[in-house]
Design a protein around this ligand. Structure first.
Ligand code: HEM
Length: 510
């Protein structure tokens, strides 16, 4: 990615230098344009350089610095021109109200998400109309109901807890050592996803092949993919081959379950929920739809969860007081059961125990506030709409056709919402403070989206991360031995940059 960015910079260097000089000269703001109409003016706009808009600055300074600077200069509602596109940024709960609550016919995900079609496959997500997509999201939601989550927790706990068999993941760690936590947690999250979402067939027989194919899909999601999703580059060709093979694998499992006595009843995974799902008109899901929904669920959940698991570790290991509190919580809360299997005791983490891990929960939530899963959420304005800034300070009309962006990383660190907003302070979400709720406006915390498109996997994600960290806190003394990771904001799903090296030593809390 860095290499690609380097080439891009090199290729555009002369143009960029000229354009940057021009930008200084011609950057203008159109705060109040109309004196004849009573309609509010459009948001202030940075035109940037001729033709390129703010692209040169974007490439040179990176997206986060660019957005922060324009926010500081232009306020909570502003538009940046990037080539021929106009992107309007809305910063803050009041300003983002329409972004989250607006009807799909007014502000939509469709136009800006079509690049995912070759990855998710035909017949699902952004390849279908909104009504069908809503039904498919209902299938997801059904597979995330508390009764199902209870089952998933026991499956996840099996993956990470059972230490006495060498096949299980953390069982492979030695008595002490140094690991790249990011790599380790990516692997655990994939195991969990394979088991809970795809089922025991994949977990038992295809743990080599399926994660490798998913890796190809992830790797194919380049910045160029957003603009030219079908460009015949090697990464896209590998994506198409991997996607076709995944479709074959899932289709075979669906056929086999459907033709078995009981139609697969008794399977405890999301795959079975999708097989059993019915559209409102009574039709069942097709094999291609089931495959597509599984791939899209994995896409929505895998990187987000593994990045958050790693960030949580990095934050805890650099804040000893919160680490100690999290360990104390484990001592107090986790039920210990003696299973008498061999000479080791097994600690069982269940759904109810996870619900009681309040401090760990706040740590994950606070981690996500500071290290959100993406730089911004995006929509397309199908109709113009009016935005009022906080306290009714100003009113703007965002024109139809604009891309609308909610920059999460700035939104979730606003000093008028969060006290000492740059600090890692999990207690801000604890009883008596709850700064996001206390603020008094919806959408003060958006790490899981909200409004019409809340994350459907939020509860699943918390459980998975808490199962992993509950296990690590109870069984290992850990220390971060590399510097606190930076974020690479230039990629679609930003995460900790580089390796996150952690030394561990086994211990037994119980
Ligand atoms: C820490 C982990 C996760 C984070 C931070 C996260 C965050 C988000 C965010 C911010 C959105 C809103 C996107 C938007 O408004 O454009 C979203 C949507 C979604 N998420 Fe998650 N997610 C996580 C894990 C998961 C998991 C594990 C699943 C499923 C297994 C999942 C499934 C979905 C789905 C299906 C949507 C689309 C909802 C819609 O568009 O109506 N997510 N997620």
């Amino acid at each position: 990615m860095e290499l690609a960015r380097g080439f891009l910079l090199l290729a555009f260097a002369p143009l960029i230098i000229a354009a940057t000089i021009l930008t200084k000269i011609v950057t203008r703001r159109t705060i109040s344009t109309s004196t004849t109409s009573k309609r509010p003016p459009p948001p202030p706009m940075a035109y940037g350089a001729p033709v390129l808009g703010v692209l040169p600055a974007l490439l040179i300074r990176g997206p986060l610095a660019l957005i922060r600077d324009y926010y500081a200069e232009m306020g909570s509602v502003f538009t940046l021109r990037v080539l021929h596109r106009k992107v309007t940024f809305l910063v803050g709960p009041e300003e983002s109200s329409h972004f989250f609550k607006g009807l799909e016919s007014e502000i939509s995900q469709d136009e800006i998400s079509r690049f995912t079609i070759p990855t998710f496959g035909p017949g699902v997500a952004f390849d279908v109309d909104y009504a069908t997509r809503k039904e498919q999201f209902r299938f997801f939601s059904d597979s995330m109901k508390p009764a199902k989550l209870r089952t998933y927790v026991s499956l996840m706990a099996r993956e990470v807890e059972i230490l006495y068999t060498v096949q299980e993941y953390f069982g492979r760690w030695e008595q002490s050592g140094v690991v790249d936590l990011k790599h380790e947690l990516e692997h655990v999250v994939t195991l969990n996803a394979c088991r809970c979402l795809f089922g025991q067939e994949v977990r038992a027989k295809m743990l080599g092949e399926v994660p490798a194919l998913l890796g190809e899909l992830n790797d194919s999601m380049r910045l160029v993919t957003i603009v030219l999703p079908y460009l015949p580059i090697p990464a896209h060709r590998r994506r198409d081959r991997a996607r076709a093979r995944l479709a074959e694998i899932f289709a075979e499992i669906v056929r086999s379950r459907r033709s078995s006595p009981g139609g697969g009843a008794g399977h405890d995974d999301m795959l079975q929920c999708l097989i059993d799902a019915r559209y409102k008109d009574g039709r069942t899901t097709t094999e291609a739809e089931v495959a597509g929904m599984l791939v899209s669920a994995l896409f929505a959940g895998q990187h987000t969860s593994s990045n958050t698991s790693t960030w949580t570790g990095a934050c805890l290991l650099t804040h000893p007081e919160h680490l100690r509190a999290a360990v104390r919580e484990q001592e107090e809360l986790v039920r210990v059961r003696r299973h008498g299997d061999g000479d080791r005791d097994r600690v069982v983490v269940d759904y109810d125990a996870l619900q009681r891990m309040g401090h760990l929960h706040c740590c994950v939530k606070e981690t996500l506030r500071l290290h959100p899963p993406s730089l911004m959420l995006l929509r397309h304005a199908r109709r113009s709409f009016v935005v009022r800034t906080r306290g009714g300070g100003a009113e703007y009309e965002v024109p139809a056709g604009h891309i609308v962006a909610s920059p999460m990383v700035i939104h979730n660190a606003l000093p008028h919402v969060y006290e000492n907003a740059g600090a890692f302070d999990p207690g801000r979400f604890g009883p008596g403070r709850e700064e996001d709720r206390a603020y008094g406006a919806d959408h003060a915390y958006t790490a899981f989206g909200g409004g019409r498109h809340p994350c459907l996997g939020e509860a699943f994600a918390y459980m998975q991360i808490k199962v992993i960290w509950s296990h690590l806190l109870r069984n290992f003394e850990l220390e971060l031995v590399s510097p606190f990771p930076e974020t690479d904001w230039n990629i679609i799903m930003p995460g900790p940059n580089g390796k996150v090296m952690v030394s561990y030593k086994r211990r037994k809390l119980y």
